[in-house]
Design a protein around this ligand. Structure first.
Ligand code: XMP
Length: 330
């Protein structure tokens, strides 16, 4: 019968028999699925696994540290971090169109991940004493719903959509290891919790692969990222404090970087940017309703953002369901 302990035990056995003495690589996105998949593989084959984390500089406050510090401390996983923030920012310079942003990020991601994967393969080959010990496996956090119906939702949120095996060059062919293929999201979270992963990762709400870049309406730059990160951190903190995390599917926080409105702050007129809160309730992200957040929580978020975040003088609430609005603004 289904218990988290049984699932872990069973998957560990399956992974061991699939992988043998081979080495394994896994890309971490900061999301739940890749984190739990990697932790399971690590439980099964220890240091035969190397993880790669491409920091594209588009994550929210604290998320890169969560992977690099908390996750590594909790698992002991061998992690290669690639700080590619400057490269992504340069590639995104001056780009406002949402689809173009997505394409650029997808393309850069594959480039950077591939280069890192090549290094891991080369280092692995140098260490290996036989063919059987080379890097031949790639972990993916594919869930049961992704298997049944590919695409959509957070299933698409990480490496797998950017980087399915078909997209890899011929000299980098890996066999897939997919330890979450039979699991639903809540089961994946239970496995992650049982394996001792950081709470904030296990319970992370869906977050798009292109990250904050598609929550800045307008071109992306460092200053705008910092503004959005600060506002987003406040919104998340207040929602968590109010105990609303599990009620809300996700709450994108959006910076309207190309819009300005007049405000009055302190004893002066300001001409700043609006922040939009987009709290939604949903079962699967295919449809969604806007979440009726308590007014006092909205008031706290609004007051804090306008007080604490420079350049923001207005907070707006998105009260559109999906359809017609998508969850993200871009
Ligand atoms: P939309 O905006 O289409 O979002 O209603 C549905 C769900 O998918 C997430 N999302 C993405 N995830 N890459 C991803 O990995 C993307 O490009 C992307 N766009 C949207 C979104 O956060 C929501 O959960």
């Amino acid at each position: 019968d289904w218990t988290t302990g049984n699932v872990i035990e069973e998957q560990v056995a399956v992974i061991r028999s699939q992988v043998g003495d081979g080495k394994v690589i896994c890309g971490l996105s900061g999301g739940v699925d890749s984190a739990v998949a990697a932790a399971l593989v690590h439980e099964a084959v220890g240091d035969q696994l190397t993880c790669v984390f491409v920091d594209h500089g588009l994550l929210r406050a604290g998320e890169a540290e969560q992977v690099e510090t908390d996750y590594v401390a909790a698992t002991g996983i061998r992690l290669k971090v690639v700080d590619a923030a400057d490269q992504f920012l340069a590639a995104l310079d001056g780009v406002s169109d949402p689809e173009t942003k997505r394409k650029i990020i997808g393309r850069e991601f594959i480039r950077v991940f591939e280069a890192a994967a090549r290094e891991v393969v080369a280092e692995g080959a140098a260490e290996a004493s036989s063919e059987d010990e080379q890097v031949r496996f790639l972990v993916q956090g594919t869930l049961y719903p992704d298997v049944v119906e590919s695409g959509g939702g957070e299933g698409a949120a990480n490496i797998k959509s950017h980087h399915n095996v078909g997209g890899l060059p011929d000299d980098l062919q890996f066999e897939l290891v997919e330890p979450l293929r039979t699991l639903f999201k809540d089961e994946v979270r239970a496995v992650g919790a049982e394996l001792g992963l950081p709470e904030a990762m296990v319970w992370r709400q869906p977050f798009p692969g292109p990250g904050l870049a598609i929550r800045i309406v307008g071109a992306v730059n460092q200053a705008r990222l910092e503004t959005l990160r600060a506002a987003d951190a406040i919104a998340r903190e207040e929602l968590t404090k109010a105990g609303l995390d599990r009620e809300i599917w996700q709450c994108p926080v959006v910076l309207l970087a190309d819009v300005r409105s007049v405000g009055v702050q302190g004893d002066g007129r300001t001409y700043g940017h609006p922040i939009v809160l987009r709290p939604v309730s949903s079962e699967d992200a295919m449809t969604a309703d806007w979440t009726r957040l308590p007014y006092d929580v909205l008031a706290r978020i609004s007051t804090r953002i306008t007080n604490e975040v420079a350049d923001v003088n207005r907070v707006a609430l998105d009260v559109t369901s999906k359809p017609p609005g998508t969850i993200e603004w871009e």
